[in-house]
Write a protein that binds this ligand. Structure first.
Ligand code: ZN
Length: 205
């Protein structure tokens, strides 16, 4: 159905390849872009290229950032001995929106999912363990809050983390967020009040 011509069609197709964008939305966005002042279009395109070129992962917590250390890891106001383990940077953002968490994070960048062939070595677990204990065995942290989702994969990952910490003989507090987060529901889309409640109601694993 080539009634727009190849340039416009290409834009529609590119937009449609983005998550959550269907054919109608892609068309609406494309028309919006076409009607924008050329300078604004240039700026939009440049912002995409720039963000992509500068995107990096924090060397401490592995969240998406464009600096070597993310602003949270860099902050002296945060409690660096309390580490909340989340699946993605979007989950981190969701907890930050509650404004009630003062510790730092560790972003696994995934969950253990045997069905999809994702094993413990495919997510940032080794990196988490390295943050908990110094080479001489002294603990670098007081509490690990496991905030993976309550899906089967999230639970499997949570149990694996606990097992790993205990196997390594670390005597630190490991807590799990309360089940306020809907089963299988993603943390990113959970409202702040529910997340805050889940955080405050966490229990020891
Ligand atoms: Zn960080």
């Amino acid at each position: 159905m080539d009634y727009y011509g190849s340039h416009i069609n290409r834009l529609i197709e590119e937009l449609q390849s983005l998550p959550g964008i269907g054919a109608k939305t892609a068309q609406r966005l494309a028309f919006h872009i076409i009607n924008m002042p050329p300078e604004q279009v240039k700026s939009l395109a440049a912002s995409m290229t720039d963000a992509r070129a500068n995107a990096n992962y924090c060397r401490e917590c592995y969240t998406l950032t464009d600096e070597e250390l993310c602003p949270i890891c860099k902050s002296a106001k945060r409690n660096h001995r309390q580490i909340m383990v989340v699946e993605t940077s979007r989950d981190l953002a969701a907890y930050e929106r509650t404004g009630r968490y003062e510790g730092v994070y560790h972003v696994l960048r995934g969950v253990i999912a045997a069905m999809r062939g994702v094993g413990p070595n495919d997510i940032k677990l080794k990196e988490l363990m390295a943050r908990l204990q110094a080479a001489d065995g002294s603990l670098l942290c007081d509490e690990v809050i496991v905030a993976t989702s309550s899906s089967l994969e999230g639970e499997t990952t949570a149990m694996y983390i606990l097992k790993l910490i205990r196997t390594l003989g670390m005597e630190l507090k490991v807590t799990r967020i309360a089940q306020g987060v809907p089963v299988g529901g993603d943390i990113e889309n959970t409202d702040e009040v529910t997340l805050e409640r889940a955080l405050l109601g966490r229990t020891e694993m």
